[in-house]
Design a protein around this ligand. Structure first.
Ligand SMILES: Cc1ncc(COP(=O)(O)O)c(C=O)c1O
Length: 428
């Protein structure tokens, strides 16, 4: 049995204890955090739609018209008209035959991956994929080949070793903690050559990248080669929930095969209506996507000027990799005292010794406040003793372990499940 007090003490000693802060007001650029005004620089409300008046009004109206809850799984108490409307609009946005709503991105990834792979198959998964992809792989009970981050050679090698048993390549489009983008054109080409399916998680790509904000696959020009797009409604679209965009046969299959669709209550009508209004706004005013990119560029430039090494981040997600969890927390606190809130992200969300401040830009930030925030973050980092480039010290070298232990490899093996691929690759 887990000794909970002892475990909490252990986490505290390792600098890994987690706590939430209290935010007053909506997820806008400015919030009261535990009663103190700060610039919010870690919310995924990328387009500022979570607090947009039209989106709020849509949710309020939906609550009055359809009520606040969906009552049951759609397979039990039915698809509500607002679900149908949102799915049609999402399918048109993604230029797919169909879209299917899920309760969240976590539920979409776990449900879809476990429906698309089974024991005896091999799933290929980038080592920095989101936890929901990792857990989907685990649930599938397929073998999992964890390839080094964005390493096509490694992926190719693994596909060869799988000897035709490869079923699926699953990858984040934009990596949630690093802000870099998967090499989707090459992945799609490899998968097609080896007759495997491709799933791209566009949680941080939808509304942020590509033509019209259609995501990383659209930006790479490979939408048609991707079998399943997983998009979320809780980030750029400002609401809650998720969707899968795919062909109509796949959608029909998932309705009966994705356990997180079957065994979970459908999306609440206000959340669905808010996402629909947000999607309409995105399509009417795509300039929000450009503003987000422009803001992100301003922040990245200013942070580099401060001496931070951004490790190739090129999206609205900007990681400041620190290393030690305790130091990352100290810098987060120091920045908070200076009026900037960028959460410290620590293991197991990120690999050991790569704790970081994960900054997330919004289109609703003003450029001047982003410049000021970069200065405050530089000041906070230096005050905590972090050497920054140009500050007379050696460049910030984020500590990445020579041999990355991925959560999948580190996970206790499930009965009957072989992790041979991962083990052999690490030994190679
Ligand atoms: C890449 C990625 N996929 C999926 C999810 C899960 O989405 P949701 O928050 O809707 O469960 C997240 C959430 O942070 C994410 O970053």
């Amino acid at each position: 049995m887990i000794e909970i007090e002892a475990r909490l003490d252990e986490l505290r000693a390792l600098g890994l204890e987690r706590r939430t802060s209290l935010v007053s007001g909506p997820q806008g650029p400015h919030v009261l955090l535990d009663g103190k005004p700060v610039l919010l620089l870690c919310s995924n409300n990328y387009l500022g739609l979570a607090d947009d008046p039209r989106v709020r009004a849509a949710a309020a109206e939906a609550a009055m018209r359809w009520g606040v809850g969906a009552g049951a799984s759609r397979l039990v108490s039915g698809t509500m008209t607002i679900h149908r409307r949102l799915e049609q609009r999402l399918a048109a946005f993604e230029r797919r035959q169909a879209a299917l709503l899920f309760g969240s991105g976590y539920l979409a990834n776990t449900g879809v991956i476990s429906a698309l792979a089974r024991p005896g198959d091999v799933v290929f998964s980038d080592e920095l994929n989101h936890a929901s992809i990792i857990d989907g792989c685990r649930l599938s009970r397929a073998e999992v080949f964890v390839y080094n981050h964005c390493d096509l050679e490694h992926l190719r090698w693994g596909i060869g070793r799988a000897e035709g048993r490869g079923a699926l390549v699953a990858t984040d489009g934009v990596f949630s903690m690093d802000g870099d983008v998967a090499p989707l054109a090459e992945i799609a080409e490899l998968a097609a050559r080896h007759r495997m399916r491709v799933l791209v998680d566009e949680a941080h790509g939808t509304g942020a990248l590509g033509p019209g904000g259609r995501g990383a696959a659209a930006a790479a020009g490979v939408e048609e080669q991707v079998d399943v797009i997983v998009g979320t409604l809780g980030k750029a679209l400002g609401s809650y929930g998720a969707f899968v965009a795919c062909d109509s046969t796949m959608a029909r299959y998932l309705v009966g095969a994705a356990r997180t669709f079957i065994f979970s209550t459908a999306l609440p009508p206000p959340a669905a209506a808010a996402a629909l209004a947000a999607l309409e706004l995105l399509q009417e005013r795509p300039e929000r996507v450009h503003k987000l990119a422009a803001n992100a560029a301003v922040l990245r430039t200013e942070l580099e000027r401060e001496g931070f090494d951004l490790r190739g981040a090129r999206t609205q997600i900007v990681p400041l990799v620190i290393g030690e969890p305790g130091l990352a927390t100290a810098i987060c606190e120091a920045a908070r005292r200076r009026g900037v809130f960028a959460q410290a992200i620590r293991p197991p969300t990120v690999p050991p010794m790569t704790s970081r401040l994960r900054l997330a830009v919004m289109a609703s930030h003003r450029e001047q406040e982003l410049r000021t925030a970069a200065r405050m973050l530089g000041t906070a980092a230096r005050a905590c003793g972090l050497p920054l480039r140009g500050a007379g010290a050696r460049p910030l070298e984020p500590a990445r372990p020579a041999q990355t232990r991925h959560a999948l490899a580190a996970a206790p093996a499930q009965p009957g499940r072989r992790e041979v691929f991962d083990v052999e690759v690490r030994a190679a």
